[in-house]
Design a protein around this ligand. Sequence first.
Ligand SMILES: [Zn+2]
Length: 474
Amino acid sequence: MSDVALPPRTTDEPLETYLANSADRRMESYKALLRIPSISTLPEHSADCRAAAEWIAADLVASGVEHVEVSETGGHPVVYGDWLRAGPAAPTAIVYGHYDVQPVDPLDLWDSPPFEPAVRDGRILARGAADDKGQVHMHLRAVQALLATRGSLPINLRFVFEGEEESTSLHLAEWLIANRGRLGGDVAVISDSGFFDGNVPAITVGLRGIMYAQIDVVGSPVDLHSGSYGGAVPNPANALARIVADLVGPDGVIAIPGFYDDVRPLTDRDRAAYAALPFDEDAWAAGVGVRGLAGEIGYTTLERKSGRPTLDVNGMWSGFTGEGSKTIIPAHAHAKVSCRLVPDQDPDRILDLFREHVLRIATPGLGVEVVYLGGGRPTLTSIDHPATSAAARALEATFGQPPVYVREGGSIPVAASFTSILGLPVVLLGFTPPDENAHAPNEWMDLANHETGIRTIARYWDELAEIGREGLAG
Ligand SMILES: [Zn+2]
């Protein structure tokens, strides 16, 4: 890549030569994908989501991937494609990534426009550069390079690139069920995670799940004069504030009865693994830009942000929010709330407990409703699985150091779907730097990670071929 000088990282000479010769084209295709504003949650960007899907499909076709299609889901499409000519003894990996991105506001906090990729200091800055178009692009370039240099792949691959990950993968489970018949495989490889603090290569062995709901509190049909009615009628905004205040205690413990019933406690080994990770808490807090850290009493920051469940208000609105004053009792008030879940919490059960609790503590005389907006289960994969060990070898061979094993605080509902619907072990092989500003202004990707990661992916397919189907089954 012209903007970042990198020595060859592998002994695969044809691959290195190909990657060196195609560096400029590779940067251009990365930028082209990032320019498409495929924000899945905003209806006005529907056409952009489809454009991103079609862009990826065309790219797969051009590389020689077969049976490529932009497959309808009822929402934004899934891009499917496969290459299955490695033979029945070779493993089949299902590769997952997502081409949709988060909204970009607040726009004024971006150093450059989010859909005009900017390259400087070994970084590329754009919405989706890391999460997750950058990683989709790495897979596209890896399969292209292998097919171009060898005319074949060491294993069978199926690509499933989703367009609704940032909208809680609304239709993906349905799509996986409908297409189960043609999604046979031995392992699911999900590239939507990242490296550890300090950009240490990492394999994510656990992901939190999520339960997302909205609380609607309704009073009068219209806003009321606070002088004429104040003191005599319940105020939806006050009532909502009381509900929200009663969801989490001052000790960071979630106050919903039964919430922790299914939480698998962290074992001594889990806590030792957390403690062994290189992590400078003060530097991390400074990097985040907060004045102090807070969380559940009795747990470390690393445990809190990935090994324990959470409850956060994501947004609240009610009444008059313009300049100056307007003396009203708002007609209604709303909050969006998400809970990050850990094994073995179930989003449906958490929703029930959440709803019961909210209705129990609600002020009488108001309409209170809890609307479910989506959810996904948590996952945890063994670090001893042959597919995980092979990924560790591929990372060490290309990045020059063995990976650490981490749990991630985020949610990829599809990870649980691949396990429960397709019965596949899931390997979370992701390459983004830990401070990549995913979901925030100035999202960026380390171009060295992008470049080396392409080699890791190619090497991983070789490692899986060496293990073979039978070895992979254990
Ligand atoms: Zn993502």
